[in-house]
Structures are given as structure tokens and as C-alpha cells.
Design a protein around this ligand. Sequence first.
Ligand SMILES: Cc1ncc(COP(=O)(O)O)c(C=O)c1O
Length: 383
Amino acid sequence: MLVHRARVLLPSATLAVDALAKQLEEKGKPVINLTLGEPDFATPANIGKAAYKAIKEGFTHYTATAGILPLRNAIAEKLKKDNNVSYEPSEIIVGVGTKQILYNAFQVLIDEGMEVIIPTPTWSTYVEQVKLALGKPVLVPLKPPFKLKAQDIEPYINKKTKVIILNSPSNPTSAVIEKEELVKIARLAIEKNIYIVSDEIYEKLIYEGTNYSIASLGNEIKDLTITINGFSKSYAMTGWRIGYGAGPKEIIKAMTSFQGQTTSNTSSIAQMAAIEALYATQQPLKKMKQEFERRREYLIKEFSSIRGITFTLPEGAFYFFVNIKKLLKKGETSSKWCERLLAKKYVAVVPGEAFCAQGYFRLSYAASMKNLKEGIRRIREYI
Ligand SMILES: Cc1ncc(COP(=O)(O)O)c(C=O)c1O
């Protein structure tokens, strides 16, 4: 019999819709899949070349568990240059994707019954990983435009609160947290001695406003923060499985021990590729962002002209989080609505339930303009 934590673990709802869409595709249906959170661009060629070189030169063995020093140096430089926060290489760990780094962090920060504040709508992985660490996810509902404020979380803080999760720009709402609110959240965390896990994976994809790393706001908050980031979204490297975390030395050391007994280091080849990604030209990234901006503009125009739906301006990432509450029939859930959209019009989007929010769907515009146009045409027709 499975243990309790395995029984209460929910599978990824995004991957579930994606699987359903793929089944229909296999049956020859003309599916437009707008579910997935991965850039539809090839990993830049220079990054691939660095990986070939690593293989050719035999750099194909175990590395230091926390990642090779040149990569941790490159990440430290990046964090200083882009995020205005100084970390030593010993305060950095590289792992098998951002997801694994988050998992490591929760495993070393949370004990049974400790509470973790998660503003919602949220990426469900945080909730499930906190459960796996035997912690208690405390969901804080945000209202549109879903921009987190310190006052939203303050009432949920108590003696058991150990961690606050920040994700800016956010998956699924694409909202960015304002700097003045980060300052207030930092103050709150320092006053109550609460850790911050700051997932900044979409920081390079930002169209309105500026992203700030909370750890850059002073040494006191830096000492309570694990800054988490990765290469999946910025460099179209989802398959390479490489992400990193930076934080206080003793936490990173514990995360490294945890990693040493679980996944060990991430791929040596991916590590060499990541060094290239950080040091080489950032031109491909700029081009990718320009294309995302073009699609975003198109979708703002289109969604604005569909009656019955509302949405908040996506500030970053590549998602629209669309409110369909007015379209739902009595008793109908957004899950049912999305299922019907897929069954009738072969358009796959992810229902709000996957993000702890009822009455919404998330559309990813990490899809070709051709598919977006056809997808929107069908959604309009369906509505
Ligand atoms: C907010 C957020 N963090 C982390 C990840 C996972 O990134 P990685 O591929 O580095 O594990 C995702 C992927 O969808 C995400 O949306």
C-alpha cells in the first residue's frame, strides 16, 4: 500500500491536459495545444556547440555535487550584474532544473507541520513539493490583477510560518511584484524571521515594469532568501535540466548534501552548455523575447474583443490568465469548460483549477503565431 504522501500527491494538471491533447492528436484530430510552459524555440546553436565540445573532450563524468566551479563563478557574476546581489560560489548550488532546486530547498527548510505561504493563483508544483516535505501549504488568494502586496500575506503569518514563496513574473498570472511591495515583504520577513524562496525563472521575459531580486534589498533579507533561477525559460533549455539556487552558506551546504544523496550533480554536459549560455552573446534571448512581445500584443488585441472574458495585462512570462467566470453555466467548473473546448474545438488550454484558482484558463503563447491565430479563432467561435 502506498504511503500517505504518495497518495495525496497530485500529478501535474498541465501535463494531464497535454496528454489528453496528444491522445486526440494521435487520433488525427487537428489539435492546437496552448498548454505548455516551454519556449517553442531551439536552444541557441552556440549552446549546443559547447555541449558537443564537452562530449568530444570527454567531459562526461560526475562533477562536484553542487556544480563545477567555473559555472558557479559564472552564475555569481550573473547575479551581481543582472540582479545586483553578491554571492560566493560556495553560496550557489546547480541542480537538475529549477524544480529540483526548489525541492532541495523545501526538504532542508521545512519540518512536519511548518507552514509555507503560497500566493495563489500559483504553479501547483510549490504546493505539492511543500506537501512532500510534510509542510502545510497556506494558500493566499489574490484578486486580479494578482500583484502580490505585503498586506495580502500578513494576516496568514503565525508562529508556524517558515517560508514565503515569491514567483515574479508569475506562472500562471504573468504578474510582477512591485519593488515597494518587495521592500515591505522583506521587512515583514525580517521582523518575523521567515525565509523567502524567490523563484525568478521568468525574470528575462518581462514586458512591463522591472524585476527586482528581493535578496538585493539588503543583507538582512539576503540572509533569509534562497534566490532560485534556471536556464529552461531564458535560454530555451527545458530539456537540459539545469537550474540553480543561491542563498546562505549553511542552507546551500544542506541542499548540496541532500542533492548528493538523491540526484547528485546535474549533467556535466549541460553544465558546460550553461557556462556558454551565460557568457556568450545574449542576442538569441533578445530575439526570442521580441517574438513573445509580438504575440502578446496580438493576443491583447484579440482577447480584448471577445465578449464575456476578462484578463489582466500580462507583465512577464508567456501566459494569459483569462477569467471565464461569466461564461460558466450554473455549476460548471473551469475544468469542464476547458474539457469541452478541447472536445469540441480541439484547443487545449489549462484550467484554473491547476493553479488553485477556479473560473480561469491559462493560455501559453509559447506557440507559433499560426497556431495562436487558429487557436483564438476557435476559442472565439466556441464562446
Ligand atoms: C514558476 C516556475 N518555476 C520553475 C519551473 C521549472 O523549471 P525547470 O525546467 O528549470 O525545472 C517552471 C516550469 O514551468 C515554472 O513555471
